[in-house]
Design a protein around this ligand. Structure first.
Ligand code: HEC
Ligand SMILES: [Cu+2]
Length: 345
């Protein structure tokens, strides 16, 4: 008996650990429970409402269960089986009608909000952003402004953003928990979604559709600026800046960047390919490839062996053998990339 209780207590001790782990997921910038925009807030309301309805059902069912358990327990001196009842019209009608009503109560707000979230804004009402998912990075094109960014989505606070979601390869899903979501990026199809951010700050986004070996590493950032800052940033991006006054090391890096066909996949300013993220504002990013802190060491490690950081990613895909960069080359490439500032200094 004692042993049994001891093992139960031990299990009980796991509870605080579980709570700690689960609340670890409620970081402010990655939580549906701390909304930073109307869509996320209304979705949170729906979650709470459904949970409330389900809680009522749960409490009533459990109460009836215990009531029956106690009332119809076997009493002392009782022999034989109790009276058997078959069919009861009143009861059957009650337990059919109540769930029916419950489903209506759940369905009405859910359908109303679903249609509300489907509203599509015209180009004059909203900022348009085309979001393309790639294994395993995000491309954000701003057709009204004429530029593209990778990994980091910049938007102004308080403005409606109209997204067009698609994919270059497999199905991905665009999700910014604190602002709203989520919706699939399907190859060959365009899905629309509208969001608005009310708070300035940096919010985390995730791919929410299993899309390959590095699916869990397919993060992005949503950077919400006040409107003036956004205008400054977008004007700078629109000018497609190339870095000026490079240090000798960075200038060597630029040369290597062109020579090693980095530029055939990555655009900087007005030049370059589109198979990899646009690097015009790479030095403004908090992360390298969305998952490592943007430090010189990590940039070098990424260029040297991207597959060890993000398995299955497509950098240098089809290039065989993989270029073997010396430490000096890596220093130069990193110095060049770290000079690609647009916004932060
Ligand atoms: C075949 C196309 C291709 C070539 C060539 C290529 N890259 Fe990439 N690169 C990519 C792709 C695709 C990614 C995104 C990987 C991911 O996050 O899944 C990437 C990511 C990066 C990143 C991280 C970008 C970010 O937004 O965080 C850097 C830095 C980078 N590449 C530098 C280079 C350098 C330097 C070279 C040349 C030595 C190079 N790349 C050559 C395709 C390429
Ligand atoms: Cu994905």
């Amino acid at each position: 008996m004692f042993k049994k209780w001891r093992s139960r207590w031990r299990l009980g001790a796991l509870l605080p650990l579980m709570i700690w782990l689960m609340t670890g997921c409620s970081q402010e910038n990655l939580s549906t429970l701390i909304p930073a925009g109307p869509v996320a807030r209304e979705q949170l309301w729906l979650m709470k409402f459904s949970l409330g309805v389900m809680l009522i059902v749960f409490v009533v069912v459990i109460a009836v269960f215990f009531y029956v358990l106690v009332k119809y327990r076997k009493r002392k001196g009782q022999t034989g089986i109790p009276e058997q009842v078959e069919g009861n019209h009143t009861l059957e009608i009650i337990w059919t009608v109540i769930p029916f009503i419950m489903l209506f109560v759940l369905a009405i707000p859910t359908i109303m909000y679903t249609f509300k979230f489907e509203k599509v804004y015209s180009a004059s009402e909203a900022i348009q952003v085309k979001v393309t998912g790639h294994q395993f990075w995000w491309e954000f094109e701003y057709p009204q402004y004429g530029f593209t960014t990778g990994q980091d989505l910049y938007i102004p606070k308080g403005k409606q953003i109209q997204f067009e979601l698609t994919s270059k390869d497999v199905i991905h899903s665009f999700w910014v928990p604190a602002i709203g979501g989520k919706r699939d990026n399907n190859p060959g199809l365009i899905n629309k979604m509208t969001l608005l951010a009310e708070k300035e700050g940096v919010f985390k986004g995730k791919c929410a559709e299993l899309c390959g070996p590095s699916h869990a590493l397919m993060d992005f950032k949503v950077i919400v600026l006040d409107e003036n800052d956004f205008n400054t940033w977008s004007q700078k991006m629109r000018a497609k800046p190339e870095p000026m006054d490079l240090s000798p090391l960075a200038a060597k890096g630029k040369e290597l960047f062109t020579k090693n066909s980095c530029i055939s996949c990555h655009a900087v300013g007005g030049n370059g390919g589109v198979l990899g993220p646009n690097l015009t504002n790479f030095a403004d990013r908090e992360m390298v490839a969305s998952i490592r802190k943007n430090t010189t060491e990590n940039v070098k490690a990424w260029i040297k062996d991207p597959n060890s950081i993000k398995p299955g990613n497509t950098m240098f895909k089809g290039y065989s053998p993989y270029p073997n960069f010396s430490d000096d080359d890596l220093d130069a490439l990193a110095a060049y990339l770290e000079s690609l500032h647009v916004y932060k200094k």
